[in-house]
Ligand binder design. Structure first.
Ligand SMILES: [Zn+2]
Length: 213
C-alpha cells in the first residue's frame, strides 16, 4: 500500500485521534479539570493519580476519580485506615460525580462501626444505578475491624491503656493488676475484642472490654 502526501497526513491524523494513548491523555486532562487538580475525596494534592473505581474498566472518565496517595493507600489496604482522614467524606460524599459517591459509600461502610460514618451513610442517597455500582465490589466484605475500649473510645495502634480489672494471665502464672498501664498496644487486626501488649515484660492478649485509654 502506498500513500500520497495528502492521504498520509490524513492517516496520521486519524491514527493520532484514535490511539489509546491519546484517549488516556485526554482522560487525564478531563479528570484534572473536573477535580481542579485535587483529590476528589479529601482535596489533598500529594501524589495525585487516576483511580479506576472497580468493577469498571476505566475506559471513561466517569469510571475514574483523581485520588491522592493517602486515600489510595487506605482504600487498598484496610489495615492502613486512619479513621480521622475519612472525615473528609463529610464533604466529598455530596459530590455530583457518581464515581466519587461510590467510593464514599464504600469507605463509609467499611468504617461504619465507628459511629459517625453510619450517620453520614444514613444521609447519603445514591441513585439506584450508582448504588448497584457501589455494592458490586467483590472485596467489600472486608470491613475494617475497629477496636474500642470499655468506654467505647476507639483504640489505635501504639496507644497506651490502663487495665480496669485484675486479669489472670493464663499459663504465665501472674495476675495483671487493675490500674497497670500497658504502653504501645498492638491491635489484633481480625478480632475487634483483642489487643496485645506487654505486662510484666511479657506480651499478652487483652480483651478490649477490660481496658481504658
Ligand atoms: Zn485524598
Amino acid at each position: 500500500m502506498s500513500f500520497n502526501e495528502a492521504e498520509l497526513s490524513k492517516y496520521l491524523a486519524l491514527n493520532f485521534i484514535f490511539s489509546p494513548q491519546n484517549e488516556f491523555m485526554s482522560m487525564k486532562k478531563q479528570l484534572s479539570q473536573r477535580s481542579a487538580d485535587q483529590c476528589e475525596l479529601c482535596s489533598g494534592t500529594e501524589g495525585l493519580d487516576t483511580m479506576i473505581v472497580s468493577p469498571q474498566s476505566g475506559t471513561s472518565v466517569d469510571h475514574c476519580i483523581n485520588s491522592c496517595h493517602t486515600c489510595r493507600t487506605q482504600i487498598n489496604d484496610v489495615e492502613e485506615i486512619n479513621l480521622n482522614h475519612w472525615r473528609c467524606l463529610n464533604e466529598s460524599m455530596w459530590s455530583e460525580v457518581p464515581a466519587v459517591q461510590v467510593l464514599a459509600w464504600r469507605m463509609l461502610n467499611r468504617i461504619k462501626a465507628e459511629g459517625w460514618p453510619q450517620d453520614l451513610l444514613d444521609m447519603l442517597f445514591l441513585e439506584e444505578e450508582t448504588l448497584n455500582w457501589a455494592k458490586s465490589d467483590e472485596n467489600e466484605e472486608h470491613s475494617a475491624v475497629i477496636h474500642k475500649d470499655s468506654n467505647g473510645v476507639t483504640l489505635i495502634q501504639g496507644d497506651s491503656v490502663v487495665l480496669i480489672k485484675d486479669l489472670k494471665v493464663k499459663g504465665a502464672g501472674f495476675t495483671a493488676k487493675r490500674g497497670n498501664a500497658v504502653r504501645n498496644i498492638t491491635l489484633v487486626h481480625d478480632n475487634a475484642d483483642h489487643i496485645e501488649g506487654k505486662v510484666n515484660g511479657q506480651k499478652i492478649v487483652i480483651l478490649t472490654q477490660y481496658v481504658k485509654k
